[in-house]
Design a protein around this ligand. Structure first.
Ligand code: ZN
Length: 286
């Protein structure tokens, strides 16, 4: 009992300090450095989504940096330290390997962070994590990000809702333009190195033929089969991505007397990039 009382005496002095510390954690949603709310995302295109809705109120931190492959990348200690400061993590939620392998560790680094699933409401294709490459899915992702933002920062709801509608209009315009321009293409087959364009193909009535099968480079026999397939479908362009070794694509392109054209599934300027992708597809298909 005596010991108990002496402990309490210390508590009386320490309690206000503890309370202030707790208050500081729960009432300080903003980064001490920038004054902005920090939101973590997995891949670069999500940076544009978060930044478009959050504007000047938020800072988007990306886990898989430019040039890295989200199928194999692992977070660095400094990235995990940045997660500790975040208010929200906008997960892809579509089975991106980075999240499957590291989300537990990321969650453990910051238990106070709100986790949202960008894929909520998207009709997922089995084993295809590349949801963001259809602008129709991007619209759903933006809605999910908005729902999270108004939870972590309800005072700025009006600001976020206006920004969101502005960006959704741009995505709508992109969607309509893709539809209008791809409708003129009669040969719906296109060949890609990495099967990133399944959702895009589904939404715009195209058929994707991928060189990589289950994430692996093709064997010599696979290449023979792919060359035959490309000839069958009168394919003239093989689309590659900057994140992968393009030798197999070049071999196939050479064998069909075609060319290799690079399109980027992970560019940070999502909408502008999708217009570049559209131009490349329209030019390379017929
Ligand atoms: Zn991929």
């Amino acid at each position: 009992m005596k010991k108990h009382w002496s402990c309490n005496w210390i508590s009386i002095i320490l309690l206000p300090v503890i309370l202030l510390t707790l208050l500081d954690i729960s009432c300080a949603p903003k980064s001490e450095v920038t004054g902005k709310i920090s939101i973590v995302v997995t891949i670069l295109p999500q940076v544009e989504f978060v930044q478009s809705v959050g504007g000047e109120k938020v800072d988007a931190i990306v886990m898989v940096p430019p040039g890295q492959d989200p199928h194999t990348y692992a977070p660095t200690p400094s990235q995990l330290a940045a997660v500790k400061q975040a208010k929200m993590y906008a997960m892809m939620g579509s089975g991106v390997e980075f999240e499957l392998a590291h989300m537990d560790r990321i969650e453990a680094a910051n238990k106070h962070m709100l986790l949202i699933d960008c894929s909520k409401g998207i009709d997922l294709i089995h084993n295809d994590p590349h949801t963001w490459l259809s602008p129709r899915n991007a619209k759903i992702m933006v809605e999910n990000i908005y729902d999270g933002l108004i939870k972590v920062d309800p005072t700025n709801e009006e600001y976020y809702v206006n920004k969101k509608y502005e960006y959704l209009l741009k995505l709508d315009k992109l969607d309509k333009e893709i539809e209008a321009r791809l409708v003129t293409i009669t040969n719906k087959y296109f060949m890609v190195l990495h099967p990133a364009w399944g959702y895009f193909a589904r939404d715009y009535g195209l058929e994707q033929i991928a060189i990589h099968i289950e994430g692996k480079n093709p064997s010599a026999q696979d290449i023979v089969n792919l060359v035959q397939k490309a000839k069958e479908h009168n394919i003239k362009v093989v689309f590659t991505e900057p994140q992968f070794d393009t030798r197999s694509a070049s071999t196939i392109a050479k064998a069909i007397g075609g060319t290799v054209v690079c399109i980027d599934p992970l560019a940070k300027d999502y909408i502008d990039n999708m217009y570049r992708v559209l131009d490349a597809l329209v030019k390379g298909m017929h």
